[in-house]
Design a binder for this molecule. Sequence first.
Ligand code: EZ4
Ligand code: CO
Length: 402
Amino acid sequence: MKITRTEVIVCSPTRNFVTLVVHSDQGIYGLGDATLNGREMAVVSYLEEHVIPCITGRNVFDTEDVWQYLYKGAYWKRGPVTMTAIAAVDMALWDLKAKALNVPLYQLLGGKSRERVLVYCHANGIDPHHTLEEVEKHIEQGYKAIRVQSGIPGMSGTYGVAKKGEKYEPAAPGLPHEYEWNTEKYLSIVPRLFEMVRKKFGEELLLLHDAHHRLSPIEAARLARELEPYHLFWLEDPVSEELQESFRLLRRHTTTPIAVGEIFSSVYDCHLLITEQLIDYLRMTVLHGGGITHILKTAHLAEIFNVRTGFHGATDLSPVTMAASLHLDLSLHNFGIQEYMPHEPLVNEVFPHAYTFKDGYMHPGDASGLGVEINRELAGKYPYKPAYLPVNRRDDGTMWNW
Ligand code: EZ4
Ligand code: CO
């Protein structure tokens, strides 16, 4: 089966998505997500100018060779733009292969290791009391695991938290907004927040928290230690992820489990974290981590070193990535948990899909391939709109991580 024609579709049904459609000479096609939040058009150009001309005519089944050709053949390796573009091609080819064989993708990844996929949702409030209300709502919806984030009184706007009554969406139209950041205020509120949550909802609920790379290693160690009595499922992105060695310091000080990696783009961002067992959960996604071919290798390495997966699943990943993640989650033996931030109904209309949610668990469905379609006509009604994540400044005016 040969690749004949490849299209890139950019649309913005409430937020931007880039989708690759790879057609074959057997009349079927595969879908790949190519969305790099806030840098969408760089991937479009990389694909259209440099990738698509090189893959036309290749055999759809040769996913390993195509991957190596795009990665090693480019001379310029790694980086989020490159790896997202390669991932889009790779996902689309695996989708095509599974469709051609008429099996759901997970059957090509080792079959089922479990019957359903544990997911966690987000509960965000403008202050701790509002956050408790949000936790309660999500428990009522059936969630067994909840990421808890709260606005910090005295700080205008906190990343990861929507204004009261609004739905949380990380990217905003126009140029980047600016938020304030104050580490001391943050560090003093978070342990109190989790104390309140445990008191109100008991021990059984799985609790997670995301520090969004904002702490120094020793600050992160303090927070992780102070959170120990509340038994978190994980503390995510405690420190900036660029320096893998930072995690050594953190690990020496705490038994709170650590997750990191949603912005990693290859195994070379996390090989030390995995082989030294400095983390418990790896968040690198199938989308920003080079596709199914590369995430499989990385996840298998992690399995050997007792690190589990906890794939990124925010709304900036399209339903195509959500489906790919769920097929991996069902089959990888060292799966830990899957993030699930439901898309707006309009996004689900543009990308009809076979995956389902029930009682805190998801399933990729048994449609062949990834089990996702794209409604081109509807997608065409929502053209690309520039949007960015906010930037953060400390109160002394210097830039801090998002
Ligand atoms: O901020 O995907 O764990 N999840 C997250 C996300 C990210 C967004 C960035 O666009 O940190 O909410
Ligand atoms: Co995160």
